[in-house]
Design a protein around this ligand. Structure first.
Ligand code: ADE
Length: 215
């Protein structure tokens, strides 16, 4: 079973997705487990503060070290083998190849930063810095969901057909999936290519090979 513990201030933003569709099925089948840790529980002082202004000035607030370390150490006390993922726009760009490497019985802690950023010393407790692309989001929750979704669907048994994840886009390097059609044969003047209706499996395989990368 692959396990994700998500450290966040916004559990309510993550939960509906993880309780839907394939992520929920993966949980029900015992193939994946999702836990939440409320960073606020580790906040400082009467207001359970988790952020502060940056030294040297500047806009915005930064996640403080103490609550983050306390939250992560709390999880690691129960499972020292857990690895920490930090979604950040300056991390390694997430790809299908990396997603495949993450599929295992491992336990991943995903720390979702918010505010303008985080104290740099937080990086000393992080194993993987992951960027979802060259744009900036308001927090780590959407990246966390994308990382989880793209890894969990590769766990054997999560997708319906065992081979679905194998034959689809990206599984052989970076080539994209071939175009696919279902009923009807003609829709608003757009016809399904004759070859796909021919029943000739050799020709169909050849056509698919030739048309890979066009979607
Ligand atoms: N946090 C904010 N923007 C991000 C991005 N592009 N990827 C990962 N984490 C982020």
């Amino acid at each position: 079973m692959i396990k994700f513990t998500i450290i966040t201030l916004f559990q309510e933003a993550l939960e509906p997705y993880l309780k839907s569709s394939m992520m929920w099925k993966a949980t029900e089948k015992g193939l994946a487990k999702f836990d939440f840790v409320n960073l606020r529980d580790f906040g400082l002082g009467p207001h359970k503060s988790v952020d502060d202004a940056p030294y040297g000035g500047g806009d915005g607030m930064l996640l403080r070290c103490e609550p983050v370390f306390a939250a992560i150490e709390n999880v690691k006390a129960k499972d020292p083998s857990a690895k920490v993922i930090l979604p950040t726009p300056v991390g390694e760009i997430w790809t299908q190849e990396i997603a495949r490497r993450f599929v295992s019985d491992a336990h991943y802690i995903i720390l979702c930063p918010h505010y303008e950023g985080y104290d740099e010393r937080i990086l000393s407790i992080v194993d993987y810095k992951i960027s979802l692309g060259k744009y900036v989001l308001t927090g780590g929750e959407l990246p966390a969901l994308i990382i989880i979704d793209s890894v969990v669907r590769l766990v054997p048994g999560v997708l319906g057909g065992e081979t679905s994840a194998e034959i689809e886009s990206f599984s052989k390097g970076n080539n994209l999936e071939y175009p696919q059609y279902t009923r009807p044969e003609e829709f608003r003047g757009m016809r399904v290519p004759d070859i796909l209706l021919s029943g000739n499996h050799g020709e169909i395989a050849k056509w698919r090979e030739e048309h890979s990368g066009t979607v």
